[in-house]
Structure formats: C-alpha cells, structure tokens
Write a protein that binds this ligand. Sequence first.
Ligand code: FAD
Length: 380
Amino acid sequence: MRVVVLGAGFGGLELTTRLSEELGDDVEVVLVDRADGFVFGFSKLDVMFGRTTADAVFHPYRDVVKPGVRVVQAEVTAIDPAARRVETSAGPFDADVLVVALGADLDPAATPGLVEGGHEFYTQEGAFALRDVLADFDGGRVIVGVTSVPFKCPPAPSETALLVHDLLTTRGLRDASAVTLVMPLPVPIPPSPAASEALLAAFAERGITFVPGQAVRALDPARKVAVLADDSELPYDLFLGIPKHVAPPVVVAAAGMCVDGWIPVDPYTLETSFPGVYAVGDVTSVGTPKAGVFAEGQAAVVADAIIARHRSADAATYDGHGVCYVEFGAGQVGEIDVTFLPGQPPVGMLGGPSAAITADKAAFGASRIRRWFAREWTNY
Ligand SMILES: Cc1cc2nc3c(=O)[nH]c(=O)nc-3n(C[C@H](O)[C@H](O)[C@H](O)COP(=O)(O)OP(=O)(O)OC[C@H]3O[C@@H](n4cnc5c(N)ncnc54)[C@H](O)[C@@H]3O)c2cc1C
C-alpha cells in the first residue's frame, strides 16, 4: 500500500510517525511539503516576543528518518482526488490512500491597507520580522486585530495582547501606551466560558481594551486608523493583524474537494467524499478549531484507519477532543480541555493558569519533536 501525505505540518508529521511506528517498511509513505522544516505555531509568538530565536525553533525535515517514510521537498501543484493522483514539482505520485494535510493559507492582501500600514504575525515571516519591530517600538496605541473568521488558534490574539502588555511593561513603556484587542467573536474563547472569563479578567487587570463582535475591515495607512466592520475607526501606532485564512490554492482548484472554501469530511473518520482520500487539520471544515492539537488528533484517527485496513481490523473514530494551551503572560499558561462533537455544543474546562502548566506546554512541544524528528529540544 502506498500512502501519500500532502503537508508535513502538525497533522502530516503525526500521521507519518504513527504509520511508521506501527507498520514500518510494510507500507510506503510519501510525505510531501514545499518547506525544508517545521515551526510550531506557538514558536512564532516566542520569536516575536524575543523569548527565543528563529534558528532555535526550526526543525529540519532532513531529521525525519523513519522506516517506510520518504520525505519529498516539493510544491504540490495539482490534486486529482477521484484518481488519487497528485502532481508535484518533483513529479507525479499515485496513492492507494491520499491524505490532504495542507493547512490554511493566509491572505494579508485581502484586508485593504494591512500590508502597507500594518503587520501580521500569523505567517512565519511576519512573526519573525515583528521581533525587531517590537524591540524598536517606542510605545503608543497598539491594536491586535482579527480580520475574519475562521482563524487558527483562537486563543492566539488574546495571548498576543497579554504578551504585548508584558513587553511594554518590561520596557517601561506601558503607561504611555494603550493596548486594544478587536475580535469578531462575542467573548475571547466562545466554547469555554471559564477561559473567556479568566481572559476578560486578565484584560481588565492590565487595562487592555477588548472590542468584541467586530472584525477589522481595513486599515487606512495615511491616517493610521483601523476601520471596523461597523465603519467605526480606531487610531493606532502599531497594528498587529490576524489575516484572512483560505484553503491553499491547489486544494481550491482540485475538482470537487472544497465546499464553502474548505474540505468537508466525515466527522468520525475524516474521509472526504472521495473513497480513500482523507483530509485532516486546518484545511477541513470538520467543526473543531483550527489548531495543531486537533490536526494531531485527526491524524491519529486516519493513521488508525490505514493500519486497520492493512491488518483487516476495525478502526477507532474521531472524538473531537483536544487540550489547548493559553498564554496569560507573566510566565503563566492555562489549558482548555474541550471536546467538539457533531450536533452538540462544545464545553471547554479551564485549568490554571499556572507555572506548572507552563512546564507542561514546554514538555508537549519537546515530546512532539522527539517523536517526529528524533531529537531533543528545549523551547525556552
Ligand atoms: C501565532 C500562532 C500560534 C499558534 N499556537 C498554537 C498552539 O499553541 N497550539 C496549537 O495546537 N495550535 C496553535 N496554532 C495553530 C497551529 O499552528 C495550526 O493549527 C496547525 O499547524 C495546523 O496543522 P495542519 O497539519 O493542519 O497544517 P500546517 O501545520 O499548517 O501544515 C501544512 C503544511 O502544508 C504545506 N503546504 C501548503 N501548501 C503546500 C503546497 N502547495 N505544496 C507543498 N506543501 C504545501 C506547508 O508548508 C505546511 O508545512 C498557532 C498558530 C499560530 C499562527
């Protein structure tokens, strides 16, 4: 059996690792990604706020050396889900099982004025470039603004507002500054009332203004104002944006794969409408948030299905469960334990924030790097 996995992010790496651990050379796994290495989403914030360096958070794919697995650095240029065939810059691949784990792309140009007048911290380049911008910032009005839904890692904008507060405080600039968080959601994390309450309390304690129920529609760089969905305006000196999210163009162009912009899948098996073709993670509309922990959980279910198919056994189904870490600043991290089941409202329980959970988050990252890349890593 040949399994072709498109995308070596959270989902693709977990899937590949599980298949190799269980089946080794019995199955041929081809893992395709255009990049030469992996960076955790949360590492973007760590680099941006000067806690670590870009080199320290980069994990090269050349370290993914596993029985049965071939890593191909190439651009995926076309997907034919009906034929389970893909075209890449390294040639075509035919698959018995095809898994699309290409994540969500970002489109900063979709928000007028964002590229010219603001910054975004969701791409690797954007977040890493902000390290110097933040270090050189002299204080003033900072807006952390979400431009549309859905967006990856729903806690990340709140985390960023809290970390901006910490940075400005450490640099003695907080009294001369204002921090505002603008979001199209009614509360910071709708599936978890406890986490939302804790974040709102943290904003209030720190004097961070929370503007709910509004997206940032545009920036006017000449006047340095952010224009919100209701046409009201907020002046800024530094704008930190969450750009519009879209499925990668090669997925959008694949005949019959996307509905309303994302790949629909069976919420229990992650199979698409094409037999033998699965999709996991941010590229799907499965109903869980776009976050690495959910991509990983979905990859585990697809790996189980492939292993079961190889062994002619039964496979487990997806339970929509995940534990998300949330930075509260001042070295404190909380965790939201949440389950998304079809047709049921999700309820997330909050643990912490505490220094112990900060250590758990570091251990979480280190354990993935050990499994996926067979190397030791301490993020900070
Ligand atoms: C600031 C920030 C903080 C975050 N913090 C957290 C957190 O604390 N916890 C958490 O769980 N999640 C967090 N996330 C979200 C997390 O990073 C993503 O949800 C997760 O990486 C999604 O996994 P994925 O496998 O679906 O896609 P990705 O990890 O995005 O992987 C997709 C891969 O596909 C490749 N690709 C795309 N198109 C092509 C193509 N045409 N050809 C070849 N390769 C291609 C890309 O290079 C990429 O490697 C954060 C995100 C951000 C931006």
